[in-house]
Design a protein around this ligand. Structure first.
Ligand code: ZN
Length: 400
């Protein structure tokens, strides 16, 4: 039996990249190299289409913090500690902490939107140059920006919760309303901090000045409602119809007078529909990602250090299939030298590209050039629309 693929954090320091081709250090030379990458015929026997593999850096321009920082392992928020799957499913206290943080972080994520990088992916799709996207991001910006290009969300998505017993999914928005109903003191605190603008800054001192205080673990403790009293709802399906447990007995799903999950329930725990650290990626998602690589002739890696093994192995698979790889990322990428060792030193982009520029800047510039040179038939749409930047900085570390 094949081993399940588990999501684990990677904390090694990543070396600075070598740029390929060597001259592609400016916006215009990088655009030229990528133009060549896209327009030269794919290697013999491989399909003409390109698959994208994207990561957290792509959403930074939407105001979502990339907690790894530009140098790979530096933590922007030193108190950040991701919750592990086993901790979440086995520990009621850990879930209270998770949902309290998530409750505060959700509003900011909710009002953030896709940026110019996502819209450029859409435009490359309209030009017939990108046929599918694999993303590690859980913010749903890819499917929102380009619903017509299939997106595989490798690590799931925050837009839904999923029951760990019956696997039913529920919208995260309505879950937020439930959290507000069950935790009125938190709901009024959230209203206050939103009004104060404290959630629009990542600077802890500034947040504190605006009334958003956290304890040394990064948690908010309200004087009259510590997070240890935070309540979250049970899965409505399991509550109505408790599922059978592995031993054949009927699970217990108990709630308090207002519908909050309570011990000693043995089922009905809702979790964000993301793959948490320490959780296995569903076999069908893993296979779909492999098929997306196998069905393409080139790989475009966007704004990711490929730090998680689940993403790195897809790039490795592309390399093993002989697919040209282009990487656009500020900062090092895990094992990247091995993706480029075979390049002819004289190649100018067709065999591979590695540039260290922001996707936000480079991708729209690339689209502009390709739209001018592409045959008319490929131009389904006009110029790329201008995205607006919210300026909102979501607490990604509260959500993942
Ligand atoms: Zn359920």
């Amino acid at each position: 039996m094949r081993k399940p693929l588990m999501r684990i954090p990677y904390t090694e320091l990543l070396p600075s990249p070598t740029v390929y081709p060597a001259g592609a250090t400016t916006l215009s030379t990088a655009v030229t190299a990528l133009q060549e990458f896209f327009l030269c015929p794919a290697p013999r026997g491989l399909p003409a289409s390109t698959v994208v593999l994207s990561g957290a850096g792509l959403s930074v321009a939407s105001g979502l913090a990339d907690y790894r920082g530009v140098n790979g392992t530096y933590r922007v928020n030193k108190t950040y500690r991701p919750i592990y799957y086993h901790e979440f499913v086995s520990n009621h206290e850990a879930r209270k902490r998770y949902w309290a943080r998530s409750f505060l972080g959700w509003t900011t994520l909710h009002k953030a939107s896709p940026n110019a990088g996502h819209h450029a992916v859409r435009d490359l799709g309209d030009l017939g140059l990108i046929s599918r996207v694999i993303t590690q991001n859980v913010d749903s910006f890819h499917p929102r920006a380009h619903p017509h290009i299939p997106t595989l969300e490798l690590h799931g998505y925050l837009r839904a919760t999923v029951c760990t017993s019956c696997r039913t999914e529920f919208p995260r928005d309505t879950f937020q309303d439930e959290l507000a109903r069950l935790n009125p003191a938190w709901a009024s605190f959230l209203t206050d901090v939103l009004a104060s603008g404290a959630l629009e800054t990542e600077d802890p001192d500034e947040r504190r000045r605006r009334g958003f205080r956290t304890n040394p673990d990064g948690d908010v403790d309200l004087p009259d409602a510590p997070y240890t009293t935070f309540r979250y709802p049970a899965c409505p399906s399991c509550l109505a119809n408790p599922p059978a447990l592995a031993d054949g007995s009927r699970a217990v799903v108990a709630v308090d007078g207002q519908g909050a999950w309570k011990a000693p329930s043995s089922a009905g725990i809702l979790k964000p529909a993301v793959v948490m650290f320490g959780e296995s990626i569903a076999a069908e998602v893993k296979h779909a990602a492999e098929e997306a690589i196998d069905g393409s002739g080139r790989l475009l890696v966007l704004a990711t250090s490929l730090a998680t093994y689940s993403a790195w192995r897809l790039a490795k698979r592309a390399k093993d299939r002989g697919m040209p790889i282009a990487i656009i990322n500020v900062g090092g990428v895990r094992g990247e030298e091995s993706f480029f060792t075979h390049l002819d030193p004289k190649q100018t982009g067709a065999q591979g590209v590695r540039v260290e520029l922001s996707t936000q800047e480079l991708l729209p510039a690339l689209v502009d050039v390709l739209q001018q040179t592409a045959p008319k038939a490929q131009r389904n749409r006009g110029s790329s629309s201008i995205s607006h930047k919210d300026g909102a900085s979501a607490f990604k570390d509260m959500l993942s």
